[in-house]
Design a protein around this ligand. Structure first.
Ligand SMILES: NC(=O)c1ccc[n+]([C@@H]2O[C@H](COP(=O)([O-])OP(=O)(O)OC[C@H]3O[C@@H](n4cnc5c(N)ncnc54)[C@H](O)[C@@H]3O)[C@@H](O)[C@H]2O)c1
Length: 471
């Protein structure tokens, strides 16, 4: 199912007042999502000379005409861009229309004092007099608000909102409305007991067994036959990664696709599983082999729910957190919980925006440490926790990258796996067959600089695999 949520299939356009930081934020969003960056004011200057000069010699009306023409040109480009528009661009009705049709528009909000401090010494024609500047700030706010699909204050915020991921600490403990659609609530049994949800408009509730036992096609088949919502309805998945994988897959297939919303309740769910549109179930001897892309209409992340998470489940999530920090080149594991989850969710959202349907290989970097991890999990008959396996896999990836392993040692403290080395090697060979005869690893040139694919000699890989296994 291909559904276009947020900025999928659309430009990301940044609007907002002078001095809001649209250019700086836009550049960062472009780098994170691997989209080209276009600064509309810069493009105007390239073609027509400096903006103060255009204002002086041709007047504001002519400047607005040029701005409108260029906005149309870039917003109609087929390649998906990140576009920062000038502060006054939204005064044009035509530009507002183009934005509605072709862009996911984010309002970079800034208060008057900050905006003035940033631009009062610049040569911007509309930033000469503080009272006039303040009046313009007041006047334009409703236009930004009317045009924008979301409001944000930094690059991570933009990327999160571009996949409709919302952080709302404590929100799921209060009465909650997700709009007008009748809701089929799909909830993990454990979670339902610990966190009763006061959700408006629930037409039916469906309990899933906790854990991987939920990710079976017969569980989905029961859901299909129990669901009573129409296409105007919505599935809501409330639980960890297994629940959101199943709820999303049921939503993606029932009536050939109804919308869904993810309410992830585990660290794995909040930093990884609920983000990026992959949904699905396991087959008897292989995980995640049947599924579909079906992006949720929104993901509501409430980190307060993590308070009840058992320690071993938190460790599973921390392995993904450390992986994300290594890929992003940011020590996210040192941040307070809310900010840590937000940074990781934003990183994954950006990678997914750069390759929403996993077609150009960019999402493969998210497998850092997972190739070795999968082999160890398989060799343990899945008794080894996923987080433990990933932590060991990260050790191997760092060693092969010639990078210190101290972060993994200190934050995750993995113990060598008690598995049969031959079985683990065999599992890796099976993966290799599935990948066209080669083991393609994600390694790091340095933290923040992933490289993929890397192919190494079997002997070298085997040596590292063996180092992860208890003697
Ligand atoms: N779709 C994706 O892109 C993606 C990415 C990563 C992982 N996954 C999938 O996610 C699954 C793992 O997710 P998970 O680790 O969240 O597992 P999970 O959903 O099985 O949850 C783990 C356990 O925690 C319990 N739990 C959930 N929330 C709780 C809370 N707030 N307090 C107390 N207990 C709670 C559950 O009942 C369960 O027993 C795997 O199946 C994996 O394949 C999917």
């Amino acid at each position: 199912v291909v559904n276009e949520v947020g900025a999928l299939g659309k430009h990301i356009a940044l609007v907002g007042f002078m001095g809001a930081g649209k250019t700086t934020i836009g550049r960062k969003v472009a780098r994170l999502t691997e989209r080209p960056f276009i600064d509309l004011d810069e493009e105007i200057e390239k073609r027509h000379g400096s903006i103060p000069k255009v204002f002086r010699e041709r007047g504001e009306a002519e400047f607005r005409r040029i701005e409108e023409e260029l906005a149309r040109e870039f917003l109609r480009e087929r390649e998906l861009n990140v576009i920062a528009l000038g502060g006054g661009a939204v005064t044009s009705e035509a530009t507002r229309g183009e934005l509605r049709r072709h862009a996911f528009t984010v309002w970079i909000d800034v208060d008057l004092d900050h905006a003035w401090a940033r631009v009062c010494e610049s040569d911007r024609p509309l930033a000469r007099d503080r009272d006039a500047f303040a009046a313009l700030h007041r006047e334009r706010a409703p236009l930004y608000s009317e045009t924008a699909d979301a409001r944000a204050s930094d690059a991570d915020d933009v990327v999160l909102r571009a996949l409709q991921i919302v952080f709302a600490p404590g929100r799921l403990g209060s009465p909650l409305s997700l709009g007008e659609r009748p809701i089929a609530l799909v909830v993990d049994e454990h979670v339902a007991r610990r966190h009763p949800l006061r959700l408006e408009g629930v037409a039916s509730t469906h309990h899933l067994p906790p854990g991987e036992a939920a990710k079976r096609i017969d569980v989905v088949a029961s859901l299909w036959s129990e669901l009573r919502i129409g296409r105007d309805g919505m599935v809501v998945g409330f639980g960890g990664g297994t629940t959101t994988d199943v709820a999303g897959f049921a939503a993606g297939t029932y009536l050939r696709g109804v919308p869904w919303t993810a309410l992830p309740t585990t660290l794995v769910g909040q930093v990884d599983a609920s983000i990026g549109g992959k949904t699905g179930v396991d087959l008897a001897d292989a995980k995640n082999l049947v599924g579909a892309f079906h992006y949720p209409l929104s993901v509501q992340i409430d980190t307060a729910l993590l308070a009840t998470l058992p320690e071993h489940e938190r460790r599973n999530g921390m392995a993904e957190v450390v992986k994300t920090g290594l890929l992003a080149g940011r020590p996210v594991w040192d941040l307070p919980e809310e900010r840590m989850v937000r940074a990781c969710a934003a990183f994954k959202a950006a990678v997914c925006l750069s390759d929403p349907y996993d077609r150009i290989g960019r999402r493969s970097i998210l497998n850092l440490g997972h190739t070795f991890g999968h082999a160890l999990e398989a060799a343990s008959d899945y008794t080894l926790a996923h987080g433990e396996a990933v932590a060991l896999g990260l050790l191997a990836a760092l060693r092969l990258s010639a990078i210190e392993t101290d972060v993994v040692d200190e934050v995750l403290r993995p113990e060598p796996a008690r598995v049969d080395p031959e079985r683990a090697w065999h599992a890796m060979q099976r993966d290799k067959k599935a990948q066209g005869g080669r083991i393609r690893l994600v390694l790091l040139e340095a933290p923040g600089k992933p490289i993929f694919p890397v192919e190494l000699a079997d002997e070298q890989i085997r040596l590292e695999l063996d180092r992860l296994i208890a003697k």
